[in-house]
Design a protein around this ligand. Structure first.
Ligand code: 7TS
Length: 408
């Protein structure tokens, strides 16, 4: 059962006052809060069975290894990977994308090739490709975002050709909220022999994900935006592609055998996990996946659609507001960027903070998109499972106060 009041009991952090006002947390797009079960799972590991994994032949190490590998299996099922061997633990979505850019990109992309991405990518899914292009002589081409905030699929159809080695797209924009048709993009990319990387940092926490149904080659996401701890992220990759790729980082744990002459690599997924991994963080992520499964991802998505519809309805009535991205709540996620008259988004965020409301202001690591919109910054409210319609009412009241203060 999806009941926000019950859910909120699992997030005691939200039950506080900030500047004398009950906290309204509207920045889950940057990072989500953590339920008690995640904190407890990590606490239990540290208190009762912590040890390094994959090494010691003693009880704690075996238990820690089982919990770490158990978390991997939970993640694999959560995204419907064919095999747990296709799930690599990284630090975050950024590292996952860099892993592909280095281990796959440096060996498969050459001068004259194209890497296709959208104009609304987070820097994490833009800068690694710009770097790869600069080093190899390939070029990055940008699928335009249309005036309503959608990925321009007609332009994509014109841009996709056999010079394209990789299409790397966000599944949900962290600024416009736009959900991109990754299944359609993957089918068209595969038709010209290109691979597809999906940046699922915003989508995986908020909607059901099925890598086999989408038929994507790589999927990158972060634990900390989906109720898990910081320091743990995921790279999903199709087994046959990962098998062909050389390692990204080298050293301990990722080898099968080392001699003075060289080394042989470990099996998947450990080939890509050099050094002691984020053991307890992975266990925390496993607990976060359990929590989301108990709620049901379809319910999580339904709640977000309802909240987003309410936000558009209520925020739309604030005089002088401009909201960016598609207004259809079923075509977008719950990251809602806006500007209010000519109030600088940073001033707006400061005023809202005085009212106990946490939003984000800035370019949200999507500077090129803001340039395209003719802006340097936006304010952004982003929702998750613990947000209520009354949080949006509080936001609207505070925006009205800001309007009065700035006489707009
Ligand atoms: N991709 C998207 C679409 C994102 O929204 C983010 C983080 C990342 C990649 C990078 O994730 P990381 O965990 O590796 O940092 N986005 C945001 C945001 O919108 N506000 O703060 C971080």
């Amino acid at each position: 059962m999806f009941d926000v009041d019950t859910i909120r009991q699992d997030f005691p952090i939200l039950n506080q006052k900030v500047n004398g006002k009950p906290l309204v947390y509207l920045d889950s797009g940057a990072s989500s809060q953590k339920p008690s079960s995640v904190v407890q799972a990590m606490d239990e590991c540290y208190r009762t069975y912590y040890a390094n994994v994959h090494r010691g032949i003693y009880q704690f190490s075996e238990k820690a290894s089982a919990a770490y590998e158990g978390a991997r299996k939970k993640v694999a099922r959560f995204i419907n990977a064919k095999s747990w061997r296709e799930v690599i633990f990284t630090r975050n979505a950024t590292e996952s994308i860099n892993l592909v850019a280095y281990a796959w990109g440096r060996h498969n992309v050459k001068a004259g090739d194209t890497i296709l991405i959208t104009e609304m990518e987070h820097h994490a899914n833009m800068v690694p490709w710009q770097q790869l292009a600069a080093e190899t002589g390939a070029r990055v081409a940008y699928i335009p975002v249309d005036g309503r905030g959608y990925c321009d699929m007609a332009a994509f159809d014109r841009m996709i050709n056999d010079s394209v080695r990789l299409v790397a797209v966000t599944q949900m924009s962290n600024v416009l909220g736009t959900v991109t048709p990754v299944g359609e993009i993957a089918a068209k990319a595969h038709a010209v022999g290109a691979l597809v990387l999906v940046d699922g940092a915003q989508a995986v926490p908020h909607m059901p994900t099925d890598v086999q149904a989408f038929d994507v080659d790589f999927l990158a996401f972060s634990g900390h935006k989906m109720l898990g701890p910081t320091g743990i992220g995921v790279l999903y990759g199709k087994r046959e592609i990962l098998q062909e790729m050389p390692p990204f980082l080298t050293g301990g744990d990722m080898i099968r055998q080392v001699t003075f002459e060289g080394a042989e690599w470990n099996d998947l997924p450990w080939k890509f996990e050099a050094g002691t991994p984020a053991i307890v963080e992975a266990i925390g992520l496993g607990a976060a996946v359990d929590y989301l499964n108990r709620l049901g991802m379809h319910q999580v998505r339904k709640h977000e659609i309802e909240l987003t519809a309410y936000a558009f309805d209520q925020l739309g009535q604030v005089e002088g507001i401009r909201i960016y991205g598609p207004p259809d709540p079923t075509a977008r996620g719950g990251a809602v960027a806006f500007t209010l008259g000519d109030i600088h988004p940073h001033d707006l965020a400061t005023i809202l903070d005085r009212e106990g409301i946490a939003i984000r202001a800035g370019h949200h690591c999507a500077m090129p998109l803001h340039q395209k919109l003719g802006l340097t910054a936006t304010a952004r409210a982003s929702f998750y499972i613990y947000n209520r319609p009354s949080d949006i009412d509080r936001l609207v009241e505070a925006l009205d106060k800001a309007r009065e203060l700035f006489s707009i």
